[in-house]
Write a protein that binds this ligand. Structure first.
Ligand code: HEC
Length: 127
């Protein structure tokens, strides 16, 4: 009987742990969904919406999605071959006008530092 209970307990632990480790979404995924998902997709080859697809955005040249109509501000950066880094993404997401003053992303900025950390960590996994 004891043995049976122990086995049952081990089975429970065994089935709960991997589910937690593998299936739990990163906290930044939720931030992305609520803050960015209305305008952006992130999967490879995802469609453009109000904003361009963001697959592999960390390390990607600015304004590089074919067929998306970027602002003149972004196009000028694209001509200079400016690349999105973790640092510039943080600045942009926290306050889009700070680095693209005449950009057209209609987003006020993500001011919560924890959410910003989580979101950037998530973006790094998508590409
Ligand atoms: C209401 C729509 C909207 C929301 C919400 C939004 N964006 Fe955007 N985003 C845009 C548009 C439009 C552009 C194009 C900006 C331009 O051309 O100036 C853009 C551009 C970008 C770019 C530049 C892409 C490139 O190819 O150079 C990044 C990075 C970006 N957004 C990240 C985000 C993130 C991260 C969030 C969530 C925190 C977010 N955006 C929320 C509409 C949105």
């Amino acid at each position: 009987m004891r043995r049976l209970a122990l086995t049952a307990a081990l089975l429970l632990v065994g089935s709960a742990l991997p589910a937690f480790a593998q299936d739990a979404p990163l906290p930044g995924q939720r931030v992305f969904r609520t803050q960015c998902g209305a305008c952006h997709t992130i999967e490879q080859g995802g469609r453009n919406g109000v904003g361009p697809n963001l697959h592999g955005i960390v390390g990607r040249p600015m304004g590089s999605i074919e067929g998306f109509r970027y602002s003149a501000n972004v196009r000028a950066e694209a001509e200079k071959h400016t690349v999105w880094t973790e640092e510039t993404l943080r600045i942009y997401i926290a306050n889009p006008k700070s680095i693209l003053p005449t950009g057209i992303m209609p987003y006020a900025g993500l001011r919560n530092p924890q959410q910003l950390d989580d979101l950037v960590a998530y973006l790094k996994t998508q590409g």
